[in-house]
Design a protein around this ligand. Structure first.
Ligand code: AMP
Ligand code: ZN
Length: 473
């Protein structure tokens, strides 16, 4: 059992899946007209962590994330780049998968594309028209918001307030400024498909209603997306789907807080963004994932280099424990006369995650664990395989499998809490070994002598070379 904050009811609720042991989850994915930015990455990574934790709890999760591959922004980009909208969508869909793989985001069960679901979309719009929720104005089909009684239930807005606040629209054909496009009449040089209303293309909101229904059914467990989607996108999805089926659409609605820069939402249109690609050149997937995990998914998070640097240092602490355990595993005997109890850490991790996926507390548990393991290993430098494996198991089930911040199958390159000086000295030691192998003794002596002048004494033994630093440094 665990709790989840539901935007629809505005409270934390106990999660009860519609079907026993199964969770069906839909997350609004990218519009593929450019590389995705770090703000988008926050929503994608947090939905991945939620999915992974549901799997940790034993649920069989069907995870659907759509790709919007026909849209005004795609058409605009195609025109400026003198490519077809299909080419643009293809280029950036490919880039999307490359980037999510690098971020260690698990592939979705299905990534439906809007252009591959035109039949389902047309059938849903026809159904809404027949039931009186939609009207056709010369090839443009609109949803009649006044017909749906529950309109505003997700966002907490009411139709009268919205109408009085709405800007006067140029579009004279709509009955109300709140009515939205289900089907857009074709314009010259734009992608279009045949339909009962003439050639055209789908509106954005209807795509998610049609694709979620096709892949998850009329009612499913969790629908998620960034905060910016609550209104109008998700409100409109509810209006479309519930009007068509007469059933509750998604049971739990989850929304991710924004990644901000100087307290403003990171967004393509404001131009205040970094692509995930750029950031991945400087910080690893583990660092980016830890940076996001350290804040609860629903709250705002301000981007700053210093916070990312702090996450990098934090991750090194955890990787250092992995390194120590892996090294011990190489030399350990199988007998064990000491014991480390991981139960309190397991309990604390689960308590944090069971409380509306509190990754911020969960990462704190992992840091505590790392600290305690270091202390334990300092006192017990020789522990048995059984204990080592138990400690690794905790890290693999939590930091690796749920948060995705480490990968136990790859050895961290260095014992990472070392300083830059230490790394440079190690580099010189390696160069000296190479020089000796090459019989370049004048160079190997030069390295030793000049390090000595700097107060660094090299000591050779049969196990390799170590060094001592005198007080001057
Ligand atoms: P888009 O491609 O703009 O439709 O966005 C894809 C996903 O990223 C949606 O779930 C958005 O709500 C989410 N998103 C966009 N900008 C941000 C941001 N600055 N912080 C967090 N999530 C965002
Ligand atoms: Zn959507």
């Amino acid at each position: 059992m665990f709790n989840i904050y539901n935007t629809l009811t505005r409270k934390k609720e106990e999660f009860v899946s519609i079907e026993k042991n199964k969770v069906k989850m839909y997350v609004c994915g990218p519009t593929v007209y450019d590389y995705f930015h770090l703000g988008n990455a926050r929503s994608f990574i947090m939905s991945d962590i939620i999915r992974r934790y549901l799997e940790y709890k034993g649920y069989d999760v069907t995870f659907v994330m759509n790709l919007t591959d026909v849209d005004d922004k795609i058409i605009k980009k195609a025109n400026t780049e003198e490519k077809s909208p299909q080419d643009i969508a293809e280029i950036y869909s490919k880039a999307f998968f490359e980037d999510i793989d690098k971020l260690r985001i698990k592939r979705a069960t299905v990534n439906p594309k809007a252009t591959e679901h035109i039949e389902e979309i047309v059938s849903l719009v026809s159904d809404l028209e027949q039931k009186g929720f939609a009207y056709n104005v010369e090839g443009d089909v609109f949803y009649d918001v006044s017909k749906f009684k529950g309109y505003g239930k997700l966002s907490g807005k009411n139709i009268a307030d919205l109408e009085s606040g709405a800007r006067v629209e140029i579009n004279e054909s709509k009955k109300s400024p709140l009515d939205f496009s289900l089907w857009k009449k074709a314009k010259p040089d734009e992608p279009s498909w045949q339909s009962p209303w003439g050639n055209g293309r789908p509106g954005w909101h209807i795509e998610c209603s049609a694709m979620s229904c096709k892949h998850l059914g009329e009612s499913f467990d969790i629908h998620a997306g960034g905060n910016d989607l609550i209104f109008p996108h998700h409100e409109n999805e509810i209006a479309q789907s519930e009007a068509a089926t007469g059933k509750q659409f998604a049971k739990y609605w989850m929304h991710f807080g924004f990644l901000n820069i100087d307290n403003e939402k990171m967004s393509k249109s404001l131009g205040n963004f970094f692509t995930t690609r750029e950031v991945l050149k400087v910080y690893s997937a583990g660092v980016i994932r830890l940076f996001f995990s350290q804040t609860h998914y629903a709250g705002p998070l301000n981007y700053s280099d210093s916070l990312l640097e702090a996450s990098k240092k934090g991750l090194e602490k955890i990787e250092n424990v992995v390194y120590r355990l892996n090294e011990l595993l190489k030399s350990s005997s199988s007998t064990d006369n000491v014991n480390f109890d991981i139960t309190p850490f397991n309990i604390a991790f689960e308590e944090a995650m069971d409380d509306d996926f509190n990754t911020s507390k969960a990462t704190a548990v992992i840091f505590d664990f790392a600290k305690e393991v270091n202390r334990f290993l300092d006192i017990n430098p020789k522990i048995g395989v059984e204990t080592i494996e138990k400690l690794r198991l905790f890290l693999s089930r939590t930091a690796q499998d749920v948060l995705g911040i480490i990968d136990l199958s790859t050895q961290p390159a260095v014992q990472s809490n070392k300083t830059l000086e230490d790394k440079l000295i190690q580099l010189l030691i390696e160069l000296r070994i190479q020089a000796k192998k090459d019989k370049n003794f004048s160079l190997s002596d030069k390295i030793r002598d000049e390090l000595k002048e700097l107060g660094i004494t090299l000591q050779d033994s049969k196990d390799g070379t170590t060094y001592k630093v005198s007080e001057i440094l």
